[in-house]
Design a protein around this ligand. Structure first.
Ligand code: AGP
Length: 609
């Protein structure tokens, strides 16, 4: 979850890598540093705090260099201090490295190195890795061979980037489990931990495989495996426009991404539904597989887990297919009972979440079929799964996930309909569902038009001490995702549960000033929800109902009513209700002056356990 950048070429490398870090700021941001070879030394500048601290430390006359590496850190080992910031030197200071991931055997290595006279300045696993590389380099070069010998001694996840003033025309990097992408230019080459940092400079991108190394010079890129055997250099063309990774006129990435959802819905469906309202999911399992699967296990974290809850709801209500949803961190240590005919679905925007990746590897060891629902092409989870359906949502920059959630739920809808289609389930009106999915983008546009009303609501409620998020059925699943948004970006405590659970304890938290957002998009349970609203109002709580535009009873039941467009199927109405709830959290956070795109304590991709 750190930001990694590297450049070699005719431009000023220090400016390039700093710009790349700016584009990766969401990935990790409690300290940052830059290193570049200069004469018979490596110049390293690093600071705790935001990138602006580093900019100040570089002073107003920025150094010029043809080659540089840079790093923004989200602390895992050692507090965010200048000393612990990357880059780190080896014991000779001939080598400097930056790193993302965790070296699991770093303590043993540290002891071993100390016994050979090494001295460490930081608490980081990265500095230990630097010393291992330095020790190998002292045995002999070239640098890439020393790195190759060193990584054979490391255990764990890493994206390592290494420079030396003794070979000051090359950057060496190595990847295992942590993301690392290379950009191929003309007379210039670069690397980063994520694609948006490369786009202003090149669209020819290589996603490094695990257990591989690369050497970047102005002449080109050399790829090799852990045994030093050359690998083919086959870049893919990335057609994201740079604006897609910039703010595009919005104040925050989060607001931009909320407003992108109609377009994202179109992108999810692109090439996957046809004019006969049939679903076409290329490249996933053969049709026979869908007739033998007897259970689905969905495994994910955070927002992706909440999308999984929606997948469960649909698989069970529409397909009558038994489905469980697990938090990845629990699944991997819970010794789960897995039917050999089950399907494990891994949901992940980044495709790099360590717990989800570990759970995936557990399923593969048990020879369970694995399917990914992933946004980032070339990500670890996408590559490890037997099959992957890409959400095609484009880069999601804001730490708080919004468009990725909607895209994930839409993919679950496509998948459910595909299974029904393949199995020719008589009770599922696939054509009508597909036709309605194709309307969802315009329904989402209509939901976004509620923003002025949501802003007024946010102004009234921005100082609430606690906010309930409640609903029944799919509305209950949307409620937990909406609650996570308010926690993440506005730092307001929430209490989320099925509405029917209020009487079993949470109601004790209701008092004047407390707010309760009720999802009430399903007419079949609306009357029951109304009685839950009354329970809250009777104790002085403020009740907001998110209902559909054909509702006629909520005005008498709630203090405020938000009406979203009614979709043909209740499940889709519930999904649409996340849009005003995302806007609500965003505007409460904005009105309270919160950071929003980079919330405190959080990172976009949790690539450590
Ligand atoms: C959601 O807003 C958070 N950023 C977080 O819960 C996130 O959904 C979770 O870490 C999973 O990330 P992934 O989808 O990249 O695996």
């Amino acid at each position: 979850m750190c930001g990694i950048a590297g450049y070699v070429g005719p431009r000023n490398a220090v400016e390039v890598v700093y710009d790349q870090l700016k584009r990766l700021e969401y990935r990790g941001y409690d300290s940052a540093g830059i290193a570049f070879p200069k004469g018979d030394e490596i110049v390293v500048t690093k600071r705790a705090g935001k990138l602006s601290e580093l900019a100040q430390a570089l002073s107003d006359k920025w150094p010029e260099a043809p080659l540089a590496i840079a790093h923004s850190r989200w602390a895992t080992h050692g507090a965010p201090t200048d000393v612990n910031a990357h880059p780190h030197f080896d014991q000779t200071e001939h080598v400097a490295i930056i790193h993302n991931g965790i070296i699991e055997n770093y303590l043993d290595l540290r002891q071993e190195l100390i016994s050979r006279g090494h001295k460490f300045h930081s608490q980081t696993d990265t500095e230990v890795a630097a010393h291992v590389i330095g020790e190998e380099y002292e045995k002999g070069g070239p640098l890439e061979e020393a790195v190759r010998r060193a990584i054979a001694r490391l255990r764990g996840a890493y994206a390592l980037v290494v420079v030396s003033h003794l070979e000051n025309d090359k950057i060496v990097c190595a990847r295992n489990s942590s993301p690392l992408v290379l950009g191929l230019g003309k007379g210039e080459n670069m690397l980063a931990s994520d694609i948006p940092a490369l786009l202003p400079y090149t669209r020819e991108v290589i996603v490094m495989d695990d257990d591989t190394l690369a050497v970047l010079t102005t002449e080109g890129i050399r790829l090799m495996d852990a045994n030093g055997r050359d690998l083919p250099v086959e870049p893919m063309h990335v057609d994201w426009d740079v604006a897609a990774a910039e703010r595009g006129g919005y104040e925050h990435f989060m607001l931009k991404e909320i407003h992108e959802q109609p377009q994202v819905i179109r992108q999810v469906l692109a090439g996957r539904v046809d004019e006969k309202f049939k679903v076409r999911l290329e490249g996933i399992f053969g049709e026979h597989v869908w007739t033998e699967i007897d259970r689905v296990n969905i495994i994910a974290c955070g927002t992706a887990y909440h999308a999984g809850l929606m997948g469960k709801h649909l698989f069970e209500t529409l397909l009558r297919l038994p489905t469980d949803v697990y938090y990845s961190s629990e699944f991997r240590y819970g010794d789960p009972v897995l039917s050999p005919r089950s399907l494990a679905i891994f949901v992940s925007q980044s495709g790099e979440t360590a717990d989800t990746l570990a759970a995936l590897k557990l399923c593969k060891q048990r020879r369970i079929r694995t399917l990914g629902i992933v946004n980032v092409i070339g990500s670890s989870i996408a590559r490890e799964c037997d099959r992957t359906i890409f959400t095609q949502a484009g880069p999601e920059i804001s730490v708080a996930s919004t468009k990725a959630y909607t895209a994930q739920v839409m993919v679950f809808a496509l998948l459910a309909l595909y299974i029904a289609q393949v199995q020719e389930m008589p009770g599922v009106r696939v054509g009508e569902w597909v036709e309605e999915l194709m309307r969802m983008d315009s329904l989402a546009e209509d939901a976004l038009k509620l923003e002025p009303e949501i802003i007024r609501m946010a102004e009234d409620m921005k100082n609430m001490p606690l906010c309930f998020f409640l609903g029944r059925g799919a509305d209950a699943y949307v409620a937990v995702e909406a609650a996570l948004k308010l926690k993440e970006v506005a730092y307001i405590p929430t209490q989320e549960s099925p509405a029917g659970e209020m009487k079993h304890g949470p109601l004790a938290l209701v008092q004047p000033g407390v707010a309760a957002m009720f999802g009430a998009t399903d007419p079949h349970t609306r009357d029951k929800v109304v009685s839950n609203m009354k329970e809250v109002q009777a104790r002085g709580g403020t009740v907001v109902a998110i209902t559909t535009d054909d509702d006629t009873i909520m005005d008498q039941a709630a203090d405020q009513v938000v009406r979203i467009p009614r979709a043909k199927f209740e499940f889709l109405s519930a999904l649409l209700s996340i849009i005003p709830l995302q806007l609500f959290s965003y505007h409460v956070a904005r009105l309270n002056g919160c950071e929003i795109d980079q919330p405190r304590n959080l990172a976009k991709s949790v690539t450590v356990e």
